[in-house]
Design a protein around this ligand. Structure first.
Ligand code: GRF
Length: 213
């Protein structure tokens, strides 16, 4: 019976244990987050644990009060609020972000729960160097409420995807995916929590993979 399936079962591809997770020089990361920031924390921890050879140059957040900003400040990392509500359009907003990322000498941009659509201003400034984490097995369930979408569809396997960001939302070259089981008693919260455990594994891995490819 599906209830007997291990709650913590997962399948990650590519296989993390067999993959070199370091780069020659530390990767200079700029992380962008809109809310909680647990993926920010996972990246920070992967670096602290020596699993990812990188340094976080700056966190950019767009929502005042985002917990991600507190997490960054507590870790001694600059947290910059760039509030989209202060800009007349998405392009001006992205231009300000690009300017700040450049000031902080960022090479790789990590969208760790960034809830704004990107414009060519940002995509072109960091071509093929923007990585997104999304809580579904793409190309299924793009956009908001991906976990709710998966539950509504009745899938038995859900998961997350780390991919290169491009103009089309939640698209672009897939770097890594993790699959988890869905249980009959799952709520969006319980399933999302199971998926997030895997996000913390594949996002640091995907950063290393992208830098090596
Ligand atoms: C994650 O589920 C991620 O896949 C999605 O937004 C969520 C961010 O979570 N894009 P957190 O803020 O890192 O805790």
């Amino acid at each position: 019976m599906s209830q007997d399936y291990p709650r913590d079962a997962s399948l990650i591809v590519p296989n993390i244990s067999s993959y070199q997770i370091t780069a020659n020089a530390p990767l200079k990361l700029g992380i962008m987050a809109s809310g909680n920031g647990s993926n920010f924390e996972a990246i920070f921890q992967a670096i602290a644990d020596g699993k990812l050879n990188a340094q976080i140059q700056v966190l950019i957040y767009n929502n005042p009060g985002a917990k991600a900003a507190i997490r960054a400040t507590n870790r001694g990392i600059d947290a910059l609020l760039i509030n989209h509500r202060d800009y007349q359009n998405r392009e001006y907003f992205d231009k300000q972000i690009v300017d700040k990322l450049r000031q902080y000498d960022v090479e790789w941009v990590i969208l760790a729960g960034w809830m704004r659509l990107l414009t060519p201003v940002l995509i072109d400034a960091f071509a093929d160097k923007i990585i997104n984490i999304h809580p579904s097995l793409l190309p299924s369930f793009k956009g908001i409420r991906a976990v709710e979408q998966a539950l509504a569809a009745g899938v038995k396997i859900a998961g997350c995807t780390a991919h290169i960001a491009c103009l089309e939302m939640d698209s672009g070259r897939i770097l890594a995916q993790a699959a988890v089981p869905v249980f009959p008693d799952d709520t969006p919260e319980t399933l999302h929590a199971r998926i997030q455990v895997q996000e913390y594994q594949i996002l640091p891995q995907a950063i290393a993979l992208a830098a090596q490819s």
